[in-house]
Design a protein around this ligand. Sequence first.
Ligand code: ADP
Ligand code: MG
Length: 367
Amino acid sequence: MARVRVDSLRKEYDVGTVVAVDDLDLEIEDGEFVTVVGPSGCGKTTTLRMLAGLEEPTDGRIEIGGEDVTDVHAKNRDVAMVFQNYALYPHKTVFENMEFGLRMSTDLEEKERRQRVVETAEMMDIEELLEDRPDELSGGQKQRVALGRAIVREPDVFLFDEPLSNLDAKLRTSMRAEIQRLQDELGITSVYVTHDQHEAMTMGDRIVILNDGKLQQQGEPTEVYENPANEFVAGFIGSPSMNFIDVDVERTGDSLRLVGAEGGFAFDLSTSFLADRGVDLESSRYTLGIRPEKVSIADAGADNSLTATIDVVEPVGSDNYLHLDLGAEFIARVGTDVDLEPGDQVTLTFDEADIHLFDAETGRNVF
Ligand code: ADP
Ligand code: MG
């Protein structure tokens, strides 16, 4: 088990024309399960490969278990990586696949290696498959073998690179639970990369959000959901995504009014609310963010409301999603008891406490 620390980690490709990882700082506690999430190309795999020693950093430092491993060869780092495509040796049996890494990374006797493989196979429920070759296995079985191969080594750190992406939705859900259970039992520090924010939110003790090679925010899932550091995080975390409306701030005496840049919307912020949050807004452009579940239906003409035409009513069982066109798409999650159809006008409102406001230029969270 080990703590992982990354300081100003940087990776450039193609003589600096691609900055895959841009001065990343991270600290992962001993035994912690951290998920790293971001869109395709944001630098997740490159980060993991540098942790594993498969890619040399352009700059920065990596520490595992208090030891500087930046220049330590992959085979001398006590980490095990699990890949999306399983990366099993096709000509080796399941037993041989699991035993091989153990032979490379430890000096255990053959008898002990065999015992460790069999015990791990039992834990992973793959003991029946030990004599099979990868092409005889289903996708789910291959992934169990790949996990088993990582676990059998009892590494200091697990690195997972989108390990469940090739599995169907149901299997993915059960494997998520299983990986968490195993990690919990083994207590091995884990870094789990995924592009799926739902997976990242449900699995991580802590979630790290990357975009364009840069750290956007890290924190507990609920903290990141409730207090996104910027507009990117706000839009990336949560499904359906947070709604955004361009607004201008207008001062009238002491009070502040948010006015929709496209018209059709005005919202007065109370002075007590602004005092509580300690914000004093300039008269300029902002982006208002409001989550679909925080929007409710109001009477036509109500204060602090907006009115728009419904494009689509999407029933999702427990709720209906109303899709509206407000310049950008806007989604309201409402109950199934409301009788609304495409083409109907609807008036919506929300509480000032649920509003997020972002600087229109920098995307930084104002409140
Ligand atoms: P992710 O795993 O988040 O999808 P990657 O770490 O694979 O992202 O890639 C980050 C960026 O680095 C992307 O722009 C990708 O095209 C680029 N990249 C990755 N590997 C290489 C490479 N070997 N040579 C050049 N560019 C690369
Ligand atoms: Mg990747």
